[in-house]
Write a protein that binds this ligand. Structure first.
Ligand SMILES: NC(=O)c1ccc[n+]([C@@H]2O[C@H](COP(=O)([O-])OP(=O)(O)OC[C@H]3O[C@@H](n4cnc5c(N)ncnc54)[C@H](O)[C@@H]3O)[C@@H](O)[C@H]2O)c1
Length: 349
């Protein structure tokens, strides 16, 4: 079958990527969707089981830093659109192992850009999924897309460096890129580092929202965007965004982490106020913790986007999903060893 568009999603087996891939495959049967992912520990094959047999979906297990593989994909697959999400994303780990973050987040982005730019079939749009963390912390300032970039941890520094690489292809070649900078995204299927250690529903739900443990005494707060609203924003940016531009992507809902933790304890454990502290764990701050990242999203709103899922509804859906899927990641290691890619084997010869 001839497809109207071929879309490459990198990191399509991760939390946001799997929602994006499912949405693209389901809503655009006339588009072919290729997912390039090396299946890091955060992935479960179950994230994509609803679409894995669909004819317009192809999975390639591989590393975005593997230039031979990435060049092969671009030279054989006629890629029209790239959503580049593959990254190392865990902020605390980025302090422990910054070089692996540099390799995947910066070098990987460079490999992808080089291959996309040199491909015989020229892509229409390369969307780089970045983060509000590139702005660094703020007390009073609300960041818009022209605010200075001041990342304050190795993760956000690598995302900012990759943004500069992406922008350089626009500046030098007018290669059609778009950058998105989003708030914390939450929802079903987000991996938590705590799964194996503390397999109970409170930790499963709260860790991705960064509040299973309360770090230090600082008044940390975050804006949270439900994953369905984020996916709608990515698709809108693809259709209506202007190439060469950056789009902030955020929710108005700012929640102090302590309040969030207390709300989750009450919701998941169904305990009175007086017992909430029994379920919270207080630990020292990470080496550098940013208090808040408020952003303005007027550019995105001018394209017609609004967050539609309220915090109350989003957290209700998320809590329910984690309650119903306590064993979601338990089989991941065994299954992933068996998922191969003919393409990667072909290019490894
Ligand atoms: N989760 C958030 O709140 C949030 C907010 C803003 C931006 N982002 C960005 O969105 C993107 C996706 O985030 P997520 O939360 O879904 O993360 P995630 O960790 O769930 O997914 C990352 C995916 O990238 C894959 N990957 C990692 N290294 C790879 C490599 N070398 N080659 C191929 N694939 C590789 C992993 O296997 C995984 O599937 C990231 O770029 C992140 O910086 C996330």
């Amino acid at each position: 079958m001839d497809y109207d568009r071929t879309v490459l999603v990198t990191g399509g087996s991760g939390f946001i990527g799997s929602h994006l891939v499912c949405s693209l495959v389901n809503t655009h049967p006339d588009w072919r969707v290729i997912n390039l992912d090396n299946l890091e520990y955060c992935c479960s094959p179950r994230s994509l089981e609803s679409i894995e047999d669909r004819t317009n979906y192809t999975f390639i297990r591989g590393d975005v830093c593997n230039s031979q593989l990435v060049n092969h994909i671009f030279n054989t697959e006629h890629i029209d659109v790239i959503f580049h999400l593959a990254a190392k994303t865990h902020v605390e780990s980025s302090f422990e192992c910054p070089t692996s973050f540099q390799r995947v987040n910066i070098t990987g982005t460079g490999v992808l850009l080089g291959a996309a730019h040199q491909a015989r079939h020229q892509p229409q749009c390369f969307i780089y999924v970045s983060t509000d963390e590139v702005y660094g912390p703020s007390l009073d300032e609300v960041f818009d897309e022209s605010s200075p970039v001041r990342p304050s941890n190795p993760y956000s520094a690598t995302k900012a460096a990759a943004e500069y690489l992406v922008r350089s292809y626009w500046d030098k070649y007018k290669f059609p890129i778009i950058i998105t900078r989003s708030n914390n995204i939450y929802g079903p299927r987000q991996y938590t580092e705590k799964v194996q250690e503390k397999p109970n529903s409170l930790h499963l739900v709260s860790a991705p929202l960064c509040c299973s443990t309360i770090q230090g005494t600082l008044p940390i707060s975050r804006h949270f965007l439900f994953v369905d609203d984020a996916i709608n924003a990515f698709l809108l940016v693809l259709e209506k965004g202007t190439v060469g531009e950056i789009y902030n992507m955020g929710a108005s809902c700012e929640i102090p982490i302590r309040q969030l933790a207390r709300e989750l304890v009450k919701m998941v454990k169904n305990v009175p106020d007086s017992e909430v502290n029994n379920w919270l764990e207080f630990v020292p701050d990470r080496p550098q913790v940013d208090l808040r990242y408020p952003i303005k999203c007027e550019k995105l709103q001018q394209l017609g986007w609004r967050a539609e899922v309220s915090w109350a509804e989003g957290i209700r859906q998320t809590v329910k999903w984690y309650r119903d899927n306590l064993d979601f990641w338990s089989e991941a290691d065994e299954d992933q060893g068996q998922i191969g890619s003919q393409l990667e084997r072909a290019t490894a010869k």
